[in-house]
Design a binder for this molecule. Structure first.
Ligand SMILES: [Zn+2]
Ligand SMILES: [Zn+2]
Length: 240
């Protein structure tokens, strides 16, 4: 049993690592096409971003792999396979609830990590990327990675979610994690600067966090930043 749990954790770490390499690699390639030369002179930094991110993949995979084993072998978690086990409207609602819960956890832990001592110990690694690139998506100190790695594995015990909807949550998490750091805005201006953009976080918002540090702490949504007075609006990119 222990061997099976270990194997599941290892397999999940490998999946997270491959997912990271494909997503960050894909958007780094898109950056090369859309913004040639944007990452010029950042080879050393990118190497460090990849190193920390692969270590984080190992950390993210451990709780996820253990929970995945328990889900399949022991019926743990509230992940369900039969799409009709809950009303169909629950599919989008559950996705939204997961994103809101993750965003809340992220906002408050991220904000706490900007206190000077915690910043040095846990969060300085992430901000060593100046400016970040598409490879910085998982560039975290192991202690920060651990704080992020437990969120979804904890939520699946609390909030029912269809396995496909969980896939949607993980895909949004992956894509936004990469694109928020890639140094340019891929979403249309009309969305980013329009009414939806007042509530949603894209690269322009997180860019300002990496410029000014003590503002724009959110992950997907701006409501916590706006409520707490930490929203300083959208950042600007050097090259567009
Ligand atoms: Zn960041
Ligand atoms: Zn930060």
């Amino acid at each position: 049993m222990i061997a099976a749990i270990l194997l599941s954790a290892l397999a999940m770490s490998a999946i997270v690592a491959v997912r990271y390499l494909l997503a960050s690699g894909g958007f780094a390639w898109a950056t090369k096409l859309r913004q040639p030369g944007l990452y010029a002179g950042q080879r050393g930094q990118i190497g460090r971003e990849i190193g920390w991110s692969l270590a984080s993949a190992g950390i993210y995979g451990a709780p996820a792999g253990i929970v995945a084993w328990g889900w399949r072998q022991r019926g743990w978690t509230r992940i369900y396979d039969d799409v009709h086990a809950f009303p169909l409207w629950w599919l989008p609602v559950s996705v939204l609830l997961y994103l809101l819960a993750h965003d809340t956890w992220f906002y408050w832990t991220h904000r706490a990590m900007h206190a000077p001592r915690a910043f040095k110990a846990m969060h300085a690694v992430h901000h060593a990327s100046r400016p970040p690139t598409a490879w910085a998506a998982m560039s975290f100190h192991p202690s920060e990675a651990l704080s992020g790695a437990i969120v979804i594995p904890a939520l699946v015990f609390l909030v029912p979610i269809h396995v496909g909807a969980l896939g949607v949550v993980l895909s949004i998490m992956t894509v936004m994690g990469v694109t928020n750091h890639m140094g340019w805005e891929m979403f249309p201006k009309r969305l980013v600067e329009g009414p939806a953009g007042r509530w949603l976080i894209t690269a322009s918002h997180h860019q300002r966090h990496h410029e000014q540090y003590r503002c724009n702490y959110g992950l997907y949504f701006r409501h916590w930043d706006r409520l707490c007075g930490t929203d300083k609006g959208l950042g600007r990119f050097g090259k567009v």
